[in-house]
Ligand binder design. Structure first.
Ligand code: DAK
Length: 260
């Protein structure tokens, strides 16, 4: 018998909302949740019908309270590394998705939950959000990119302190550090995320896709971001959409982009 989904998917005007729904385990990431994330992002990657994605957690207590501790308790080194690599690959799919992905963080975002939020392009937090990488409490290091993306977002000193102490930070501190870009009243984070995505959905889809790729290029040690920029500038200026954008400006009307 097929398992019932743990990620509920809603859609409105090309904006998809993925709600991780395991409230009894504070939406912890088990294998099935990973499988469903992988299925969604591999199916829709490059499909311009998808204009944006919101990831959130069910209920008002947790976004995601980590990887499912009960599932990884009895794992050896080889299986652990393989699973870590698979999780990293799925989070790379999110980070490299053609359309913006916003984490709407409603409560605890710990360990794998904080890592999931950090793999999204933008983070919005309710004022009850708590972020942390508490792996050292379990005798572990992060396994889904947390040791790298936390440094990118908050800098070496704070990332070091958070990883070594396992202390959580609240939404206001996350805002101050740049880990999130907006703090809302609790329960309003998805609405704010939608507002951001609706605005982005009016822009040139190819330009949005390449902007995401260019920001990612900055952090890719094998890529020259400036070279990527002049290549992508050529790509976008040669597109039908850029002609439409310029024509719409001159004719004082809204551009109708076709992702071409
Ligand atoms: N996994 C499984 N169940 C969890 C969970 C988790 N991460 N977090 C909470 N739950 C469950 C609790 O067990 C409890 O279930 P019952 O006992 O009622 O059956 C239920 O959710 C409610 O939790 P609490 O009763 O604990 O709720 P409180 O309000 O008292 O506390 C809390 C909330 C978030 C402070 C607390 O639940 C907590 O400390 N949770 C654990 C946070 C944590 O350490 N998360 C894991 C971080 S480490 C790997 C790759 C990556 C990782 C691991 C392996 N490999 C590739 C193998 C990453 C690991 C992590 O994410």
């Amino acid at each position: 018998m097929a398992e019932s989904p743990l990620i509920h998917i809603g859609e409105e005007n090309g904006i998809y909302t993925l709600t991780i729904t395991r409230p009894e385990a504070l939406n912890a990431l088990n294998r099935q949740v990973f499988n469903e994330l992988e299925a969604f992002f591999s199916t829709y990657n490059g499909d311009f019908q998808v204009k944006g994605v919101i990831i959130t957690g069910a209920g008002n207590k947790a976004f995601v309270a980590g990887a499912d501790i009960k599932e990884f308790a009895a794992m050896d080194a080889v299986a652990g590394s393989a699973l870590s690599k698979r999780g990293q690959d799925i989070f790379f799919m999110i980070e490299r998705f053609h359309a913006p992905v916003v984490a709407a963080v409603n409560g605890f975002a710990l360990g794998g939950g904080c890592e999931l939020a950090m793999s999204c392009h933008i983070r919005v937090a309710g004022n009850n959000a708590k972020f942390g990488q508490p792996e050292v409490n379990l005798g572990l290091v992060p396994g889904y990119g947390g040791s790298q993306r936390l440094v990118q977002l908050v800098g070496k000193g704070k990332a070091m302190e958070m990883l070594l102490t396992a202390d959580m930070i609240n939404a206001e501190e996350a805002l101050r550090l740049g880990l999130v870009t907006h703090v809302t009243e609790s329960g309003e984070e998805v609405t704010k995320a939608k507002e951001i995505l609706i605005k982005i959905s009016t822009k040139g889809p190819l330009a949005v896709k390449q902007s995401i790729a260019l920001i990612n290029a900055y952090f890719d040690k094998k890529t020259d971001g400036f070279e990527s920029e002049y290549m992508d500038f050529g790509l976008t200026i040669g597109s039908e959409d850029s002609k439409e954008g310029a024509a719409a400006f001159v004719e004082k009307r809204k551009a109708v982009f076709k992702a071409k």
